[in-house]
Design a protein around this ligand. Structure first.
Ligand SMILES: NC(=O)c1ccc[n+]([C@@H]2O[C@H](COP(=O)([O-])OP(=O)(O)OC[C@H]3O[C@@H](n4cnc5c(N)ncnc54)[C@H](O)[C@@H]3O)[C@@H](O)[C@H]2O)c1
Length: 380
């Protein structure tokens, strides 16, 4: 009997979210479900830190890593505007790809990646982690069972503390916006919940706070999106809320249908208090140390670190599972499965394209003072 093939995975981009990718895969590696074969980053200090934590071979050249490791999968966590080039190179070299959100910052770039995937017989998975949040899974199932009736409208919000563009992304926040960095999570979530594509968008943007500290981008975006099903959703996304906010993000969703409604507060899940000292951080940035006793709301659904029975760090939460899912899909394909069997079971490149079309339309509408922008269907 032939032995099972274990997927060989490399990560490209190892700082903030790439660290999450490395944790997710290294944990599967300990359980024999994947092999972490390489990390590429341009920053030697990032490589040195990750090598000492994970023992992963490191590279500063993508081409060198691809030819020396020949990974089955490449997991991409570089800044948004670089996803396309890395994904194209990896697929042409024979790897399947997991792409951090958004797939690309142009719909034409996404279409090009879909063509490259098809031409090379590879699959694209998107890292749209909101689909793995148990509250969203429950909401999706209730909508599918008809418990809300016909979904008519809804509202979704995501508001980051200003430290995200200012301290996490000083090198590329001005090339992004709340629509690209946060909105895409929610656009994908709503498409997945209601199983419908967007047809038109109208959006307004607000500037002033970030441009005042030298980051030339929108502080906040308010968008209304119309879907083929007839539903319309309002999205409020911003990344300039004050440092004193008790959580890194306020976020949630409300969905209203002909027979019922459901709201999820995706940040405040009931654990909330006033503390002093280190309160940790959901994504493994350095611990946040509260200056005085201060309000704090952890989001343990996203990420929680504990120790396994051997005292090794163990990570759980939807921020980890959505990454690990790529390794599980790769394992299925490498052992004779057909990726087409998993259609609809994971966020695909088509989902990535449809989400980018919404974000692109939002950016266009904001630039034109809220003009209604139509979104065309893809020709089959
Ligand atoms: N799923 C989520 O909730 C979530 C959260 C944060 C970020 N992200 C996404 O993850 C991606 C990375 O964001 P981040 O916050 O980690 O950014 P970051 O700036 O902290 O890290 C990016 C890393 O990529 C490296 N890099 C840049 N160009 C490179 C290249 N050509 N080849 C190899 N490495 C290169 C940089 O040196 C850096 O270490 C983005 O697409 C972002 O939108 C997702």
């Amino acid at each position: 009997m032939s032995s099972k093939r274990v997927p060989r995975i490399a990560v490209v981009g190892g700082r903030t979210w790439g660290h999450m990718h490395l944790r997710a895969f290294s944990q599967l590696q300990r359980n024999g479900r994947c092999e972490l074969v390489g990390l590429v980053d341009l920053d030697e200090s990032v490589l040195a830190e990750r090598k000492s934590e994970f023992g992963v071979p490191t590279f500063t050249s993508l081409d060198e890593m691809l030819s020396s490791c020949q990974p089955d999968g490449v997991s991409i966590a570089v800044p948004d505007h670089l996803h396309r080039a890395v994904a194209a190179t990896a697929m042409k070299a024979g790897s399947n790809v997991l792409i951090e959100k958004p797939m690309d910052i142009t719909s034409d770039g996404c279409r090009e990646l879909l063509q490259i995937a098809k031409a090379n017989g590879k699959f694209i998975q998107m890292e749209f982690m909101k689909r793995k949040d148990p509250y969203h899974i429950d909401l999706e199932q209730r909508i599918a069972r008809g418990q809300l009736g016909n979904v008519q409208y809804g509202y979704a919000w995501m508001e980051d503390r200003i430290e995200v563009p200012r301290d996490w992304l000083p090198r590329w926040a001005s090339e992004s916006s709340p629509a690209w960095f946060l909105g895409v999570h929610l656009f994908d979530l709503v498409r997945w919940l209601i199983k419908s594509d967007a047809t038109a968008v109208s959006a307004v943007g607000h500037k002033g706070k970030l441009s005042g500290i030298g980051i030339d981008t929108y502080d906040a975006v308010n968008a209304r999106v119309q879907f083929e099903s007839g539903a319309s959703f309002h999205f409020d996304v911003s990344w300039h809320i004050p440092d004193g906010n008790e959580a890194i993000v306020n976020q949630g969703i409300k969905v209203v249908g002909s027979e019922g409604w459901l709201t999820v507060d995706s940040q405040d899940r009931g654990a909330r208090g006033c503390l002093k000292g280190s309160v940790g951080s959901a994504v493994g940035k350095s611990d946040r140390v509260l200056p005085e006793n201060a309000m704090f709301t952890p989001n343990l659904g996203l990420f929680i670190q504990s120790n396994d029975r051997w005292g090794q760090p163990e990570f759980a939460g939807y921020g980890i599972e959505s990454i690990q899912d790529f390794a599980l899909n790769l394992g299925y394909v490498l052992n004779g499965g057909n990726i087409a069997d998993l259609e609809g079971k994971f966020p695909s490149g088509i989902d990535g394209l449809e989400v980018t079309k919404i974000a692109e339309a939002v950016q266009t509408s904001m630039g034109r003072g809220g003009e209604l922008i139509s979104i065309a269907r893809e020709s089959k």
